[in-house]
Design a protein around this ligand. Sequence first.
Ligand code: FES
Ligand SMILES: [Fe+2]
Length: 477
Amino acid sequence: METPDEHSDRRGVEAIIEQTGTDIEEGRYPLAITNNPELYRLELRRIFGRAWVYLGHVSEFQEPGDYARRYIGEDPFILTRDEAGELHAFLDSCMHRGAQFCTAESGNTSHFRCPYHGWTYKNDGSLQGMPHMREAYQDLDEDEISLEEACLDTYQGLVFGRIAEEGPSLAEYLGDFTWYLDVLFGTTEAGMTMVGEPHRWESKHDWKTSADNFSGDSYHVLTTHQAGLETENLARGPWEELTDFPGASYLACTERHSVGYYLSEDDETFMGYPDAIADYLNPALTPEQRELFGRSVFHFGTVFPNMSLIHGIQSGGWGGPWACIRKWNPRGPGVTETTSWWFVPREFAGDDAFLADSHRGWESLSPGGAFESDDLTIWEGIADSSGAVTHELRGTRGNMQQGMGAMTDEVETVEDPLHGPAEVTSKGLYFDERNSRTILRAWCGMMRGGTEAETGTGDGSESEADPDPGSEAGVDA
Ligand code: FES
Ligand SMILES: [Fe+2]
């Protein structure tokens, strides 16, 4: 039963959610949505309880028994490949008293044995047995007991999990964004493979801040990473062309996901990969996808809610090319654990010289690298200030108006086959915040909760698609 204070808090955050839905159509949003403890609890249920959430890559789980701890929201899941080769994601909670049964971050095992009373499960989730089974559980139907399991599906080797038992398929959830994921993770015939172990680090920032940043905030590079620009670390090699903002470079968003591309005029750029990449290209790519990859210098984006990606050349002696997936694990209001995976095309996985160069590129965007600390300082400050009572009481609005009609009368849609299925405007790349608005609109769609009839989604958005992937789930937050 809610106390009067809790009831009032709940009414307050519902009002903030509604206000966000209205504000975003004017390119504004309540700053109080960031680092808000009451909203955070709702995010765990309404977003992370219903969305398809990135968990890992198939290349991490090649052998039966390979497993790793991964999170959906704050829920700890064990992603593992069973003895028959099937992938599963089990909640790390024993069906006896709920104890965590997996104490390692990753490894290989055919069974999990709970440390509390010794119940043991096979890596397909079924109950293997328990101590003194005959004496203690004569009538127990063991077949009725198995670990709680998330729904799982994959696309281009990317494994996604969902807590809600009902809802749209992964293909429906990703929608048109699969066109871009093909270019990001399906460019070579053998596909991408993870190298080494993912890195993890915790920081005091809101998961939404980094998801927004990677969705398409090229604008911040000019200020946040000014030191890198001034020392020309970001302006050498293919990056030099960026000073001219080549017209084909763009930001784009589908219903709820977003991407950005820095492109060169040369269709043999291939992000700086060794020349042999041209021999390894996936024949399934369309000519447009092939040209897009050929001209690519840098890609980035966010798959809502909390998977981001970055792929390309890191110039100025920082190495590369490299591909990276970031996952922004919520670990409490205003606290995020970042997981960072390093990927290379499988064809180059045995090329030591390439790997050394690629690894330096990946490292440059880590807490010990050149650019991450620039961002983390800012992101932690956002969490610190956005939690201010002033913002909540005064309803302070932040701004996301770049690229909206109210800001300029020069925004036009630009047609180009390299743009894929999403709409691209003339203000792309640096001066359009439509990707940020898309992420926030998806946030609103799910945070409004309830059924489709209760939430509605047609509030004049830039995308006409329903941004509420949980609407079919019938999961009441
Ligand atoms: S809680 Fe796992 S065996 Fe008792
Ligand atoms: Fe940055």
